[in-house]
Design a protein around this ligand. Structure first.
Ligand code: SF4
Length: 261
């Protein structure tokens, strides 16, 4: 069955979350983001912003959730075509979805707005938050994530640490490794220790994009180096694929591609 849901998509098989039904609170024709990552599957960022606004009313999301057929999902995940914390009704929507569904809520963020107390507060009711950190310095942030001018490395890192100290749910730290940062593992370990996440997710861009992924051998080596140094956190890598499962999607292939899936 293919449906015409406008804002929700999937479920998709996620190596991090299992069966994940996506909510795209931006849902615009173009990706809207605070970053322009060199590995972005959605292509270059044409609409850069750090300004939060409402893109989709909460009631429209809830209508689609209420209209869902019975499906088997592990998480309802706020992600999609850009940075979900740019939606200023993210917190309201998380609460509204929780009121109509018992499925745990996940949010995947690039961390760029976590320095804002309001954004951190809005994320607190989520059951699982994955925060991105690919860079170990202002220069590597520029080289890998090419952020909007208002985003700086120090604010981004301190935003993640502040959020860690407030958040009671499962905090995953996602590290995307490519050629440009594969030498930075030791510096990254220092940052992981400062952040103290529940889980470290070691990723490399296996889906089609402008840069090549690192090999399984390199990622396994990075994984064991980080695991040896950060014993308190669970460590997973995109090559583990242990949560991947056969999933029947309610979205067509074009919708999934637009959301970078
Ligand atoms: S990968 Fe994510 S954070 Fe980076 S530009 Fe694409 S949508 Fe934005």
């Amino acid at each position: 069955m293919t449906t015409n849901y406008k804002y929700i998509y999937g479920p998709v098989a996620s190596w991090r979350l299992g069966s994940s039904l996506g909510i795209d609170l931006l849902s615009q024709e173009e990706k809207i983001c605070t970053f322009n990552c060199l590995y972005c599957q959605l292509g270059p960022t044409l609409c850069y912003t750090v300004k939060r606004q409402i893109f989709v009313p909460v009631k429209d999301i809830i209508k689609e959730i209420n209209d869902l057929p019975p499906i088997n999902i592990n998480y309802i995940t706020f992600a999609g075509s850009g940075e979900p914390t740019l939606a200023s009704n993210l917190g309201q929507t998380i609460k509204a979805v929780k009121a109509v569904s018992k499925v745990p809520i996940a949010v995947l963020t690039n961390s760029s707005l976590l320095h804002l107390n309001k954004v951190r507060q809005e994320l607190l009711p989520a059951d699982y938050v994955s925060v991105k950190l690919d860079a170990v310095s202002p220069d590597s942030l520029q080289a890998i994530n090419d952020p909007a001018k208002a985003v700086c490395f120090e604010k981004l890192l301190s935003g993640i640490i502040k959020f860690r100290n407030q958040y009671q749910g499962w905090l995953a730290l996602q590290l995307m490794f490519v050629n440009k940062n594969m030498q930075d593992v030791d510096k990254m370990i220092n940052l992981i220790k400062q952040i103290n996440p529940d889980e470290v997710q070691i990723n490399t861009p296996l889906r089609g994009c402008a840069v090549k992924p690192l090999s399984k051998g390199i990622i396994i080596k990075i994984r064991s180096t980080i695991a040896a140094a950060c014993k308190k956190a669970a460590i997973i890598s995109v090559y583990d694929k242990n949560k991947t499962q056969a999933i029947y999607s309610i979205s067509d292939a074009e919708t999934l591609k637009r959301r970078g899936k």
